[in-house]
Design a protein around this ligand. Structure first.
Ligand code: CFM
Length: 544
């Protein structure tokens, strides 16, 4: 293995990397990419370009709008039949690929997550329209399964030929007597899957949340957990903590969830937001309409978990709850400490890079910090500027044509359902320094001169590894094997590589054990990338 250029505990000089990368691009592309690659300064957070279209031809990590709507937001909800209106490939490739787990409460409860429903559009449907086929598919699904509700997802051709999924859904709702709702989430509609999150949030808010208007009080402290998707069982861990503390979880958007639970989610006393990128819209709209305050939490990392649970207890200001929370934290932290004390000396000083989605590239830095692993470079696939720089920049974000492409719904206060007492509680707590509706973003928590890259390309990934030689790289399946062939251990932070849960104290222990396995093995030093020994064909292109 080549000598590392990097000195321990000192950030490497990464400016060289930026130059090297940009040299390869045509002038216009280089100019655009330059704005998405920045050197961090936590004290004066620089502006980063984010949520803009990828230059065609660049191999991006991003997914499409349909993926964000169907796969991410609605995918983990078990009592709804999600029908993909489009060619079979879109349905097939979004089928069970995200490792979100679910658990029915009893054997009679429905779970449709293992199924893949599609209208299987053919050429003739594209030419003559597919609305009838869609109506038939909804009817058939209802007859076979009698689900609680049915939702319809538009793929690219649907928008191109103009099938009206909303009209079909309305008709079928009338015909079948269950809730049927459609999404205009064609893959091309936005810059990335992030647009799909927004579209899903809007529809869930208008067509699902609050349709059960009965006021419900099942316990003293009612909450919703938002932006937690139960990958690898993360939600199960958090749910157990709530149970032990005496917190009643009304709904999780959307890990281990049901549409039925969303229908009365307006009964919550507070909304906690885990993944800000994917769900902040619903949190905001629920506050406007119902007066339910929201705050950001994070259950990745033992310290972050303790901080989040304490924040929740502080919100309710209930002595019994605070005691139960402290007892839980004390017990769990003792176990975490035991594992950390053993593992930390083995992995301390290692350097990681992570390029994931719209929140994990930030959240996982907490876990790495606890283990003494440094983050050399990080970035999101589809985060917005607020996820990098903090929500304070939202008013200065330019609204472009791609954003206008997503329906912006107007939400107003509900006179009957608004809860002024929750807003009063919020004001009292704000006066004491409690922070609501805020997200500080990733960059203020990263080191000075760490390299922050938005929508990293495959070319940049390879160059980054070659030049900075990290000890660990975290991303998804599209990067995994290329990175491993370069002799660098690679951890998938989307699917967790069949591992997890990584949330909570239990998750922190699992993650530490995984890091011990990955970072102390010698296997990576024994392999050489195939192209080091075999001749490869090189090509070049002249750009004019
Ligand atoms: Fe939120 Fe997610 Fe993420 Fe995301 Fe995702 Fe995911 Fe992700 Mo993959 S909702 S932004 S669209 S935390 S599927 S559970 S791991 S890219 S960082």
């Amino acid at each position: 293995m080549e000598e590392k250029k990097i000195l321990k505990n000192k950030m490497p000089d990464v400016s060289e990397f930026k130059e090297e990368i940009l040299k390869k691009y045509p002038v216009k592309v280089a100019k655009k990419r330059a704005k998405a690659i920045v050197l961090n300064d936590p004290d004066a957070v620089p502006e980063i370009q984010a949520n803009v279209r990828t230059v065609p031809g660049i191999i991006t990590q991003r997914g499409c709008t349909y993926a964000g709507c169907k796969g991410v937001i609605l995918g983990p909800t078990r009592d709804v039949i999600n029908i993909t209106h489009g060619p079979i490939g879109c349905g097939f490739y979004s089928w069970l690929t995200r490792r979100n787990q679910t658990e029915t409460k009893n054997d009679d409860e429905a779970n449709f997550m293992t199924y893949c429903f599609s209208t299987d559009m053919q050429d003739s449907n594209v030419v003559f329209g597919g609305e009838q086929k869609l109506a038939q598919a909804i009817r058939e699904a209802y007859e076979m399964f009698k689900p609680h509700s049915i939702s319809v997802f538009s793929t690219c051709p649907i928008g191109l030929i103009g099938d009206d999924v909303h009209a079909v859904s309305r008709d079928m709702k009338k015909e079948l007597g269950i809730n049927v709702f459609g999404f205009s989430c064609e893959g091309y509609r936005g810059v990335s899957q992030s647009a799909g999150h927004h579209i899903a949030n809007n529809k869930i808010f208008t067509d699902v949340i609050g349709i059960d208007q009965e006021q419900k009080r099942v316990g003293k402290h009612q909450v919703n957990l938002m932006g937690e998707y139960n990958i690898g069982g993360d939600s199960f861990v958090i749910e157990n903590y709530f149970k032990e503390m005496g917190i009643d979880l009304l709904a999780t958007f959307s890990g281990n969830s049901t549409i039925e639970s969303y229908e009365s989610a307006q009964n919550a006393d507070v909304n906690m937001v885990m993944c800000h990128r994917s769900i902040n819209y619903i949190a905001e709209m629920m506050e406007k309409k119902y007066g339910i305050p929201w705050f950001k939490i994070n259950f990745i990392g033992a310290n972050a978990t303790a901080k989040s649970l304490r924040k929740l207890a502080e919100y309710f200001d209930d002595k019994e709850l605070i005691e139960a929370t402290e007892k839980l934290i004390k017990r769990e932290m003792a176990q975490v400490k035991e594992v950390y004390d053993r593992i930390r000396p083995k992995v301390e000083g290692k350097r990681a890079m992570m390029f994931v989605g719209g929140s994990r590239a930030h959240h996982y830095q907490e876990l790495f910090n606890e283990l003494g692993i440094e983050t050399l470079s990080a970035g999101y696939e589809f985060g917005h500027r607020d996820d990098y720089e903090g929500r304070r920049v939202i008013p200065s974000i330019k609204i472009d044509a791609d954003t206008r492409n997503i329906e912006d719904i107007t939400v107003s206060k509900s006179d009957e359902e608004f809860k002024p007492q929750l807003q009063m509680r919020k004001e009292e707590l704000v006066a004491k320094g409690f922070s609501f509706e805020n997200y500080e973003g990733m960059m203020p928590e990263m080191k000075k001169n760490a390299l922050v890259i938005d929508d990293i390309s495959h070319w940049e990934t390879e160059k980054l590894i070659e030049m900075l030689k990290p000890d660990l790289f975290c991303a998804g399946i599209k990067e995994k094997y290329v990175v491993q062939k370069m002799g660098v251990p690679m951890k998938q932070l989307h699917s967790y590589d069949y591992g997890g849960p990584y949330a909570g104290f239990e998750g922190a222990i699992n993650f530490a054990l995984e890091m011990e396995r990955m970072l102390t093995t010698n296997i990576w030093k024994m392999i050489d990338a195939p192209w080091k020994n075999e001749p490869s064909i090189m090509g070049s292109m002249v750009y004019q």
